[in-house]
Design a protein around this ligand. Structure first.
Ligand code: MN
Length: 238
């Protein structure tokens, strides 16, 4: 969101001849359809969940080390990162070791989002963005609030991701209970295996129960989901 040209920082950090991540295009004029969101589980040097909201032709992005929580009493640190191109929402695969963010990426959740207040720019500036998610795993009302950590410089990039109290709130551990890709139904280890990544490194971020399922039944647990999520298809014409 901040900065000069859209996607400049995103392009600067990556070598597109080396990584399979999309280069993406500069944003065009806003289209009249529902806004997308995606959460990518990213096993880099450290595991985190990249929480991305489509806005003005790019994906506003926050890295959430512990992932989203459905429990309204739990505040999850969300570090704002550079805007990503819209095409990035589809990216699932391997970023080569040694490249920026090297590791395994999974499309952990996706769907559409609606800001409570249409003036998103003002809310981002104020550091208080309330919105509703319509995803496969994450739904209902949420807020991103800018914060500051004691003893650290305030660069405006530290936010908290918090679930509001509503019917979608819960104390169940959604990251642990639903560890698979919403695109391909794979766990991280399977993505790494299929696409030539570091399986051991990826598997360290999969729940043990999911790994045991794969070992017990390697053929039937995979790719049972539709390739194009209906939640996106139904919103394209909206
Ligand atoms: Mn990341």
């Amino acid at each position: 969101m901040a900065g000069t040209m859209p996607l400049e920082e995103y392009w600067r950090k990556r070598r597109f001849g080396v990584t399979a991540e999309p280069r993406g295009k500069a944003p065009k004029k806003a289209r009249k359809r529902a806004l997308r969101f995606v959460v990518q589980k990213h096993r880099a040097s450290r595991l985190h969940y990249d929480f991305r909201l489509e806005w003005e032709g790019v994906l506003l992005s926050w890295a959430v080390p512990k992932g989203p929580s459905l429990d309204p009493s739990v505040k999850r640190l969300a570090m704002m990162t550079e805007d990503h191109p819209l095409e990035y929402a589809k990216f699932e695969g391997i970023i080569p070791a040694g490249e920026y963010g090297g590791g395994t990426v999974m499309v952990w959740d996706e769907g559409t989002w609606v800001p409570d207040d249409p003036d998103v720019a003002a809310k981002l500036k104020r550091g208080d963005l309330k919105f509703t998610l319509k995803g496969k795993k994450l739904t209902g009302s949420w807020v991103l609030v800018r914060t500051r950590r004691r003893g650290e410089p305030d660069d405006g990039r530290q936010w908290l991701l918090i679930k509001h109290r509503d019917d979608a709130a819960s104390t169940r551990d959604v990251a642990e209970e639903e560890p698979r890709s919403v695109k391909t139904n794979r766990i991280l280890a399977e993505i790494a295996f299929d696409e030539g990544g570091d399986v051991q490194h990826a598997a360290e971020a999969d729940p043990e129960t999911a790994i045991r399922q794969v070992i017990a039944n390697p053929k039937t647990k995979r790719r049972t989901r539709k390739k194009t999520p209906s939640v996106w298809r139904s919103n394209r014409s909206a």
